[in-house]
Ligand binder design. Structure first.
Ligand SMILES: Cc1cc2nc3c(=O)[nH]c(=O)nc-3n(C[C@H](O)[C@H](O)[C@H](O)COP(=O)(O)O)c2cc1C
Length: 242
């Protein structure tokens, strides 16, 4: 099979931009100065279910049936922290140490949220600002976002019943700057770590999720407003109470 070549590490012939002395790209996608931001809650202020790590790992499964119940902002804050939370700015603020691993600590990801039923948040499209631990409001004016998302995901109806859907993109240059053509495996593996943390964190708050790769690429990129070149959707995960 032709595609198997992508499973292998390439032999690198060219110098990377880092080797050439180019500046490191920003740790997070920039946003306008006058953007509307929403404060999140610190992860350690949430009360988790009485569940051990062993139980969380053992109970983890892909959950596709959600109650019509809202998630609190504390719960959403916890899930965002568990998946992309920044613990430390390292190397003079050029890289971040987070709750998940990432090749070279480059963390080339952004997290978008389609909010449907979160206490105190208007339904709409948001982006997580991991460095600030805040939400950036992108669009709370459009209606029917959940229905459109189901369509983009080939009619997987349970996605439309979620309280919130996490959508992860990669900004590939953040990693290419360091690893050049050798970035593919890092990007794809890293987002798996993020989603696994979401699965386990959900188990600790009576909430469920399901990893989703079946979606129409161009339509999902357009749906969240990324160009599909400098920023590309990789993965999504609906979340709801169970
Ligand atoms: C990379 C990846 C892509 C997946 N894509 C989908 C998907 O598009 N739709 C879906 O319903 N489940 C999807 N799943 C969930 C799998 O179907 C599920 O993990 C598998 O059936 C095993 O079940 P479990 O997670 O409950 O152990 C995906 C899982 C992974 C890891």
């Amino acid at each position: 099979m032709e595609y198997r070549k992508y499973l292998k590490n390439p032999v690198l012939e060219d110098e990377t931009d880092q080797m050439k002395g180019f500046p490191i790209p920003p740790i997070q996608k920039p946003y306008p100065e006058d953007a509307r931001l929403i404060d999140l809650i610190s992860h350690d202020s949430i009360k988790l279910d009485d569940i051990s790590l062993m139980q969380a790992i053992n109970n983890r499964e892909s959950r596709r049936k959600y109650l019509e119940a809202e998630l609190t902002i504390e719960e959403l804050s916890f899930l965002l922290w568990a998946t992309q939370g920044v613990k430390e700015l390292a190397r003079g603020g050029l890289v971040t140490k987070r709750t998940v691993p990432s090749g070279g600590a480059m963390h080339p990801y952004e997290t978008y949220l389609v909010v449907n039923n979160i206490e105190g948040l208007a339904p709409g499209l948001y982006r997580y600002l991991a460095v600030e631990h805040k939400l950036l409001v992108l669009d709370t004016n459009k209606t029917g976002l959940s229905e459109k998302l189901v369509e983009v995901c080939h009619g997987q109806a349970f996605i439309g019943k979620a309280s919130v859907v996490f959508i992860w993109t990669a900004r590939p240059y953040r990693l290419e700057w360091r690893y050049g053509e050798d970035s593919l495996k890092d990007i794809l593996m890293g987002v798996g770590h993020i989603c696994q943390n979401l699965y386990l964190a959900c188990e600790a708050i009576s909430t469920g999720t399901c990893a989703i790769v079946a979606y129409k690429q161009d339509e999902l990129d357009k749906f969240i407003g990324v160009d599909g070149e400098n920023e590309i959707t990789l993965y999504l995960a609906p979340v709801g109470k169970i």
